[in-house]
Design a protein around this ligand. Structure first.
Ligand SMILES: [Fe+2]
Ligand SMILES: [Fe+2]
Length: 204
């Protein structure tokens, strides 16, 4: 079934899920997981199990950040920028015992934890696996779910959100593949926004 998790990853998802019920992180995680799989198709040499395990656990740390500070901890002008680092550190602490208990064959726990540890604040990739996690995480922002969610956080209309992503996030993509996918999603977002504008004008 397309859109489903690989059998190997279902126990990992079930272990991470209780921590993903804040800021739409369950949907964000599943969409990023599928984006990572799309990127992995283009990079068969990259270790899939490491990437997908890291993706499923990468944002569990947000669960430990006070709910009222979540929206103000990200974006171009965050009020609490230090919380970005907090969610990485808390994420490592939450993920470690689960990953040790899961003992996924072929997956080195410390390698996965090192990816989680710097997935947001470390701007460069430390391995090809880390690179794909970073790309898939950012690519979610460009999806329709990402645009809708971010528009809600910042109170910006979708048109402004897509423009912000194009100006600030697209230049941060690390790979040609990631950039191409981001450009495609921006094009889709712009088309939808244009249609919305046109319909508004017609209704006026
Ligand atoms: Fe994150
Ligand atoms: Fe994320």
């Amino acid at each position: 079934m397309s859109g489903a998790l690989l059998d190997r990853d279902i126990p990992t998802w079930l272990a991470a899920r209780p921590y993903l019920d804040v800021r739409s992180n369950d949907e964000h995680t599943l969409i990023s997981y599928q984006l990572a799989r799309a990127l992995l198709k283009l990079r068969p040499e990259v270790d899939e199990a490491t990437v997908l395990t890291a993706i499923l656990f990468h944002d569990v740390g947000w669960k430990m950040v006070p709910v009222d500070k979540l929206a103000d901890s990200v974006g171009p002008k965050p009020k609490y920028p230090e919380l970005q680092r907090v969610h990485e550190v808390e994420g490592v602490a939450i993920a470690r015992p689960h990953l040790l208990a899961l003992a996924i064959p072929g997956v080195d726990v410390e390698t996965v934890l090192s990816i989680i540890d710097g997935h947001d604040t470390r701007k460069h990739a430390i391995s090809p696996e880390d690179e794909i996690v970073k790309e898939a995480d950012k690519l979610w922002r460009f999806t329709s779910h990402g645009v809708k969610t971010i528009s809600g956080w910042f109170g910006t209309p979708p048109k402004e959100t897509v423009a912000m992503l194009e100006d600030f996030v697209l230049p941060q993509m690390l790979t040609k593949d990631g950039r191409a996918m981001a450009e495609a999603l921006v094009a889709q977002g712009q088309a939808m926004n244009w249609l919305q504008d046109m319909m508004k004008r017609e209704g006026a």
